[in-house]
Design a protein around this ligand. Structure first.
Ligand SMILES: [Zn+2]
Ligand SMILES: [Zn+2]
Length: 118
């Protein structure tokens, strides 16, 4: 699964459903809201949960944004994420204007069609 490579093994990810947000990497507006929680285990018994984090992932280009934790009740209510709710961009994916390929990272030229992205 996609998140395991990014956040490491041991996280328990919970999909909280679909939310709306205007993606800065593509024209997508549908995002998945995901709760990342790491439980602290002693002798295999979960002792307490710490560091809950919330991210949204663009369903189209897979851009990942970290959402402020205190905004979660509001977001679950309205299903809308605003720019003010975003703590930081974790991964912004660009879309090639020529062939539509999703590109993660800083590229001057599209790795697929070779045309300039600027
Ligand atoms: Zn997107
Ligand atoms: Zn391209």
């Amino acid at each position: 699964m996609f998140f395991i490579g990014v956040f490491g093994i041991g996280n328990k990810n919970k999909n909280l459903g679909e939310v709306n947000f205007k993606c800065t990497g593509c024209i997508g507006e549908k995002f998945s809201l995901v709760e990342l929680s790491r439980s602290f285990d002693i002798f295999f018994i979960p002792v307490f949960k710490y560091s809950k984090e919330y991210i949204i992932v663009c369903n189209k280009c897979r851009s990942v944004y970290k959402v402020k934790g205190e905004k979660i009740p509001k977001i679950l209510n309205t299903k809308i994420v605003e720019y003010d709710d975003i703590e930081k961009i974790i991964l912004e994916t660009n879309t090639c204007p020529h062939c539509g390929t999703s590109i993660a990272g800083e590229y001057l030229y599209c790795p697929k069609c070779g045309k300039s992205l600027k």
